[in-house]
Every structure is written in C-alpha cells, then in structure tokens.
Design a binder for this molecule. Structure first.
Ligand SMILES: NC(=O)c1ccc[n+]([C@@H]2O[C@H](COP(=O)([O-])OP(=O)(O)OC[C@H]3O[C@@H](n4cnc5c(N)ncnc54)[C@H](OP(=O)(O)O)[C@@H]3O)[C@@H](O)[C@H]2O)c1
Length: 358
C-alpha cells in the first residue's frame, strides 16, 4: 500500500520531464525514511542528472539514507552513459531498500541494474504500479521495441463528421474553423510533447500551417511534410527555415539550412519509409496533423498508437469526411467535455488500440 503511494509520487515527478527529457524516458525518484519523504527528484533533460541522484542529493541529512527506501519508476541504470551509473550511487549511499516500478525496456540491459543492487545486498522490490510505469513511458518503449516513433493521429471534426469544407489546392476558400482558442492551446501543448509533426501535401498547400508552438511554453517539434512533386509554394511557412523541417519528395535529396529534402520512393510504401527515416533521426513521438489521406494511410496500415479527436457541435452537411473509425479495434482512454462561454460544446476524446502497449 505505502509502496504504491510512493511509486505514484515517482510517476507525478517523472511527468515533469514530459516536454524536456526526450529522447530519454521520464523518471522520478523518491527517498522515504520512516514513512516520510526526505528527498525527491526527476530527470529534467537528456544529458543532465538522472532522477535517482537528483532525489539523493536533495536529502538534507544524507545519514538518513542508510535507513531509507528509494522508489523509482524505472530500473536504475548500471551502465556509464552521459552520467555515472545510478546503481553505484545507491550502493555508495548504503540505501538498504529500492522499489522499482518496471524494468528497463532494453532486453540487453533489462534486469542488470536490479541484479547489481541485489549483489550489493540491497533489498529490491520490482513491479510496483508496473502497468502505470510502462504506460508513462509508452512512447520510449514503443520507439525502442518496434524501432519506429510512437504515432498520434489528431484531428478536429464537426458533429456530423467533417474535417473541412470540400477544397482542393488552388482554392482561395478559408478552412473551416473547428477548434477554439482553448483547444488550440491544448494542441500546442501536445506539440511540445512530440518530436515531429507531419502533414500531407494538400494540408500544407491549402492551410499553409506553421505547426509551431505559440500558445504554450516549450519547444516546437521538427516539421515534416509530404511533397512528392515539390508543389509547395516557396513562400510556404513550412519552408521558412525557422524550425528544422523535413520534406519527403521524389525530386531531390539535399539540405539547406534547417530544411532537409529527403528522397523517398513513392512507388513503395511511403509511410514505412517516413517512419524509418524518423527512427534514424531519433525522433520518438510523431504527431500526424492531417489531412484525410494521410490519416487513412496510417489507419489502413494499423500504424497508430493514439487517436485524439475534437468534436464541435457545428454541422456543415457536406465536406471532407473525418476518418471512419468503425471497424477499428480501439478503446476510449479519456473523454473531456468543454463548455465554451459561447455555449458551444467541445468533446475531446483519446483512443488507444484495444490490444494495448504490448
Ligand atoms: N480538421 C482537421 O483536424 C484537419 C487537419 C488536417 C487537415 N485538414 C483538412 O484536410 C484537407 C486535406 O486533406 P487531404 O486528404 O486532401 O490531403 P492531405 O492528406 O493533406 O495530403 C494528401 C496528399 O499527400 C500526398 N501523399 C503522398 N503519399 C501519400 C500517402 N502514402 N498517403 C497519403 N497521402 C500521400 C498525396 O499528394 P500527391 O499525389 O501530390 O503525392 C496526397 O494527395 C484540407 O482541407 C485540410 O484543411 C483538416
């Protein structure tokens, strides 16, 4: 019971690193002496100290560590990376008990940290709140296990199931406004938690999106766009070079400042080639922001880990249809309703595949 409470605190702390610690996992640690928390820490940024030393160094009276339990949501590392191994510090501080949420997802090192602690005579408990610990780092786990980014498909639709009015490139008609300032802010927050955001050719041409973070604090993700024929106007915001941007095309393979044109074979599987390229760039979380054809391609291949939809109360009767999710095996993870001042209601839903993470 107490183990579970302190592990949940580790998860809270770990989540502080959500927008900053990639490509490393989110990790939180808590030192507990006689039922009281005496130290806390989390991994803030790749290259900086891990959660365990941050928690250990925060303890005012280090002598107490010799009679304390250290809780951590992910197995402490036993290898020398950018920072020294955490297990060595735990052993050096003579902490008698360690509680671990889940083992390291890398098969080559999984269990090694725990073995080293046990070999030093430390009492180690593994698997407290294990499902929640795996879930927190599902992007990291998916990326390393399947050698592809964690994929989030996100769209906004009307109550009668449309993404936009019917428009084709060249149309001067403005896109349909579905999101509100508040839900737009949520999208920008989501972008800070993703490494790369992808759009299709038509969305890039029709909407001329910036895909940056403006209504939240944090880093803008890398932008990626499909442009087989290099049809994107030269003055497109996506080509302004302010943010690293990848253009997948059949025409060229070159870099210019912040923009990389990456040649892919459009006669082969486009999505697989994109995922392969993003993996090679160590980009762990992919946010797909449309349009319909791109969503359809990912859904057809079953390549998605999360779907986030926003549904407004407006009806437009006809237009570009939102993806059809009937027949897809999903479960609703979260649902939030927002009542705007105007009285219009927004429903935000988050789906995951029924099969879960494993
Ligand atoms: N409500 C929302 O949340 C939301 C979000 C995004 C977009 N939208 C709307 O969606 C509309 C655009 O959707 P769309 O379906 O026409 O265009 P899209 O998905 O943005 O782009 C599709 C184009 O990308 C290229 N492409 C190349 N390989 C592809 C592949 N494997 N799978 C899919 N596309 C590939 C194709 O162009 P080539 O044949 O030239 O290669 C294809 O026609 C716009 O009206 C936009 O405003 C709405």
């Amino acid at each position: 019971m107490m183990d579970s409470i302190f592990m949940k605190r580790c998860l809270q702390l770990a989540a502080n690193g959500r927008a900053t610690c990639a490509p490393n996992p989110m990790v939180g640690a808590v030192a507990v002496h006689q039922g009281l928390i005496i130290g806390e820490g989390w991994h803030r940024k790749a290259g900086e100290l891990h959660a365990e030393p941050n928690a250990i160094h925060s303890v005012k009276n280090p002598e107490l560590l010799k009679a304390s339990t250290l809780y951590v949501n992910l197995e402490p590392c036993s290898h020398v990376g950018k920072t020294p191994p955490c297990v060595d510090l735990i052993i050096e501080k003579q902490i008698p008990r360690v509680v671990v949420g889940c083992l390291d997802p890398f098969p080559q090192v999984s269990g090694r940290g725990v073995s080293k602690l046990r070999a030093a005579g430390i009492d180690v408990t593994v698997g407290v709140e294990e499902a929640a610990c795996m879930d927190l780092n599902r992007h990291f786990i998916r990326f390393h296990r399947e050698k592809r980014p964690y994929i989030i498909l996100k769209w906004a639709q009307t109550a009668d199931g449309f993404l936009d009015f019917s428009r084709i490139p060249g149309d001067q008609k403005q896109s349909l406004k579905i999101s509100t300032p508040f839900t737009q802010m949520l999208v920008h927050k989501l972008r800070t938690e993703c490494d790369v955001v992808l759009v299709g050719t038509n969305t890039a041409i029709l909407d001329n999106p910036a895909l940056t973070v403006r209504f939240w604090t944090g880093k803008s993700p890398v932008r990626a766009v499909l442009d087989r024929q290099m049809m994107l106007p030269k003055d497109s915001v996506l080509l302004n070079g302010r943010i690293p941007t990848i253009v997948y095309t059949s025409k060229t393979d070159r870099e210019e400042g912040n923009i990389s044109w990456v040649h892919i074979d459009f006669n082969e599987n486009v999505i697989s080639q994109i995922l392969h390229d993003l993996y090679s760039r160590n980009l762990q979380t992919l946010l797909v922001e449309g349009g319909t054809s791109i969503y359809a391609s990912f859904l057809r291949m079953g390549l998605w880990d999360e779907i986030r939809t926003e549904t407004s109360s407006q009806c437009i009767g006809h237009g570009i249809s939102a993806p059809d999710l009937s027949g897809i095996s999903l479960f609703e993870k979260e649902s939030m309703d927002f009542d705007e001042n105007s009285g219009a209601c927004r429903k935000i839903r988050i789906f995951r595949p029924s099969s879960g993470l494993n």
